[in-house]
Design a protein around this ligand. Sequence first.
Ligand code: NAD
Length: 498
Amino acid sequence: MGHAAHDLRDEALATGTLAGLPDAHFIGGAWVRPARGRTMDSVDPGNGKVFARFAAGDAADIDNAVTSARKAFKGEWRRMVPAARGRILAQAAAMLRANVERFAIAETLDSGKRLIEARGDVAGAARAFEYYAGACDKMQGDNIPLGPDYLAYTMLEPVGIAAQIVPWNYPISTLARGVAPALAAGNCVVAKPAEQTPMTALMLAELLHAAGLPAGVFNVVTGTGKDAGAPLVAHPGIDHITFTGSVATGQSVMRAAAANVTRLVLELGGKSPLIVLDDADLDAAVEGVLGGIYENAGQICSAASRLIVGRRVHAALLERLVARVAKMKLGHGLRDADMGPLISPEQRARVAGFVDRAKTRGVLVACGGHESADPKTGQGWFYEPTILDALKPNDEAVTEEIFGPVLAVQIADDADHAVALANGTRYALVAGVYTRDFARAHRLAAAIDAGQVYINEYFAGGIETPFGGNRHSGFGREKGLEALRSYAKLKSVAARIG
Ligand code: NAD
């Protein structure tokens, strides 16, 4: 890390903010003040202090952004040769890499996450642009054999204007994994970041335009879900919606999409199982569990929030997990702690509610179970890394998404029992399997209902591997080449030529 990077972090630690953060919408290639002139506070979850203000948008701003995107869609962007689109996306990837520290610090201030994780998220966003840059000139159709008297072929056309509704837990990486394939397929985008974490979306808009994106191709309107998100998903000028967030909001977005018959990808919640069978490498499993539930303080849709462990290794694994958790240090995301805060006091109260009710039911709390604070300042919305042991399949700590640093442990008698427990919630996003028996691992991968299964490394894979949920975790797939299908309309043409 160079001097400049350290200077930036020192500046943020000393001042509690970052100079030059954006405070307006980005529409039509320019900063635009909110139509009604209202603003909102950005609060640092690591100390509870306001560090910036941003535009509180509403239906008028959304309409402006959709109009701007529609204009851009008919213009230069549509006529640009695909390879030139690819070069802009590749340039954006390079510029993101050059600005990792600035983006990461803004992300940490907004979301509370540890700087090391934020740097990884920004690098991941750069990777998304790099990956889809190479796809722009490969959106090709098929030739369909109908015999000598016919010529038939398919072509992939951009859908039009894609709305992106983004949650607060992975602001830059969630946005990038939607925007990069949408642009690669030739669409224009209107994004609405979460009101808790608007900064990096605005910074990305500015960067993409500096990389050569024509005005209006990527627009960002900030504000609440009710005032800005709802009018965006209900707007008749929108052709596709990618929504990432909670189940309840996803259902309301689905209703809004139905009114205009708008295409939709829903990435919702999860209660993902990590299965550790009796023959697993326990060293690898310990790392998988800790990273899977305590990264981003457990505020991960695909968190390993349920540990399903073989009866014979249950005690040994728990002992090791508890020993490691005891050494974890909480602290502000800009300092080198092992875990950061939760996003808001409300989210912390929600997490505490789950654990307190579990205590009342007599559930064994193996470690943690209390609210906490940054030891340096006594501030911030922290919660101890927590393990609830030996839970029954119908316990609410097993069936409900807690979205915090709380691991729910279930004990399995054998592999079949583990699969039955794994499939026992209404969610089906991801699953992990730890075993040395590779044939059994793949049998489990087939039997588990999930959008993706990680074997012997939780979160294995990257932008190349398709991602998404089944059942209440949503539908449609992001990432990989699969994501491009969401943003393309297939047309088949058949002609009589004989
Ligand atoms: P949320 O549903 O409250 O908000 C998500 C986004 O939707 C925000 O931008 C919000 O402003 C917006 N929104 C709220 N109401 C809206 C409405 N009526 N119309 C349109 N937009 C609206 O979710 P959250 O609390 O910010 O995020 C946490 C949830 O997201 C968790 O359930 C988590 O599992 C899920 N999540 C899923 C994935 C995934 O990829 N599957 C990734 C991250 C988070």
